[in-house]
Design a protein around this ligand. Structure first.
Ligand SMILES: Nc1ncnc2c1ncn2[C@@H]1O[C@H](COP(=O)(O)OP(=O)(O)O)[C@@H](O)[C@H]1O
Ligand SMILES: [Mg+2]
Length: 396
């Protein structure tokens, strides 16, 4: 399953945005404040809506007046996501449409739709259609022997008008598209790695399968891999040996007072270094590998500015690692302002963000004839950026 298009209307700095033909690996380049984090937070917002309700998701982002694009307060906020999903052996393009309004100071779901085409002809059919807490979902959407009129509509009223219909219905396999979209949103992941949070001993209590947003549970996740996924742990060590000069092994260790630390062995010395004292780049590379070699990968992984603390040549390898992750059926979005990271990117993978009159536009590098021609001629994206070809954004 892959997201192919994102459309936003009145979502913060995105007054009107449409990004189409999104590849499995996409990189978003932009200066500070152009909206990279905001774009990723669309998924955070949807997850928040699913876990709690839309009102809570809106309030935790400062309320409707902060979330809606400036000077567009009377309008609705629209999030539309198109994804490819295999339904009865055919890769169909499914659209999820969500429209949120503020009416008399309360937040309501103005419209929520899931639609896709059933046949080669005709317009997309609504398999789920809700308005302010009332609507229907089709209970036999995978029965393609039936005509549209013969499908069974299950009408329902939700407990409140700020609850997503896919929250409840998405739990059932029979609502195929709702179920798939709900899973995507529930399992998307944001990585905004903070080196100082990742370092140091951690309480050894518990068991963490996934690396957290900041990476502060690195020791726990590594420990879990070390104990329960030895083959994966060994693969990570091998990659580390290839990439970080001197590293010969890494081992988690539980201290006498019940804490957990990581020991990094340098081939030149007898005693290992504990994670508190190894270089930033070493920890960061290790953390990314732990995240990317997750035994249960995330369907969508958004990574914030992976470049800090890493040497340029490591960025090239890291980029390749992200790409591999995306080729295994998952999708990776990366935000960056590093020309070195960009140098490792292919033409189709790069998008840039640019503000115009206070609102952000996103352009794709491959739509630019000049950039395309240079890339075809063997140039690299980071160099082109430095020379000012990617719009008006300048590298730091
Ligand atoms: N309601 C709004 N209307 C218009 N712009 C907004 C609104 N809320 C926030 N912004 C702007 O959106 C941008 C968000 O930037 P952000 O996503 O943090 O950028 P980046 O991650 O690229 O540094 C900021 O420039 C901010 O001023
Ligand atoms: Mg940001």
């Amino acid at each position: 399953m892959r997201i192919e298009e994102i459309r936003l209307q009145n979502y913060k700095c995105y007054k009107k945005l449409k990004i189409s033909r999104i590849p499995a690996m996409a990189v978003f380049v932009g200066a500070n404040g152009t909206g990279k984090s905001t774009l990723f937070d669309v998924f955070g917002f949807l997850k928040h809506c699913l876990t709690y309700n839309v009102n809570k998701a809106v309030q935790s982002r400062g309320g409707f007046q902060e979330l809606v694009s400036r000077e567009h307060r009377g309008e609705t906020i629209i999030i539309e996501i198109k994804f490819r999903l295999n339904i009865t052996g055919v890769e169909r393009l499914v659209t999820y449409y969500l429209e949120i309004a503020e009416i008399d100071k309360s937040i309501i779901v103005n419209r929520e739709i899931l639609r896709y085409k059933r046949g080669a002809h005709g317009s997309p059919y609504h398999f789920l259609d809700y308005k302010a807490g009332k609507g229907y979902a089709i209970t036999n959407e995978e029965d393609f022997t039936k005509e549209n009129e013969e499908l069974t509509k299950e009408y329902r009223e939700l407990e409140a008008n700020d609850i997503l219909a896919i929250k409840g219905l998405g739990q059932f396999q029979k609502f195929k598209a709702a179920n798939a979209f709900r899973n995507l949103i529930e399992n998307w992941h944001l990585s905004d790695f903070h080196i100082n949070k990742a370092r140091g001993t951690k309480d050894a209590v518990g068991y963490d399968e996934h690396l957290s947003v900041s990476g502060d549970n690195l020791q726990l996740v590594a420990h879990n891999l070390f104990l329960n996924h030895k083959d994966i742990f060994q693969k990570i060590i091998k990659k580390m040996q290839e990439r970080v000069p001197g590293i010969s092994s890494i081992e988690p260790e539980t201290t006498v007072d019940g804490r957990l630390l990581l020991k990094f062995q340098d081939g030149s010395f007898k005693d290992p270094f504990i994670d508190k004292y190894v270089s930033d780049g070493t920890i960061k590379m290790f953390a990314y590998l732990v995240m990317l070699f997750d035994p249960h990968p995330h369907p969508l992984l958004c990574v914030e500015e992976p470049e800090n603390q890493l040497y340029p040549h490591l960025l090239t390898e890291l980029a390749e690692e992200f790409r591999l992750y995306s080729r295994h059926g998952d999708q990776v979005f990366v935000s960056t302002h590093s020309p070195d990271f960009l140098n490792a990117m292919e033409l189709e993978e790069v998008f840039w963000l640019e503000k115009r009159d206070g609102f952000t536009e996103i352009k794709r590098a491959s739509d630019d004839e000049q950039i395309s021609a240079y890339m075809l001629d063997g140039d690299k994206m980071g160099y082109l950026w430095k020379q000012g070809f990617l719009g008006r954004v300048n590298p730091k």
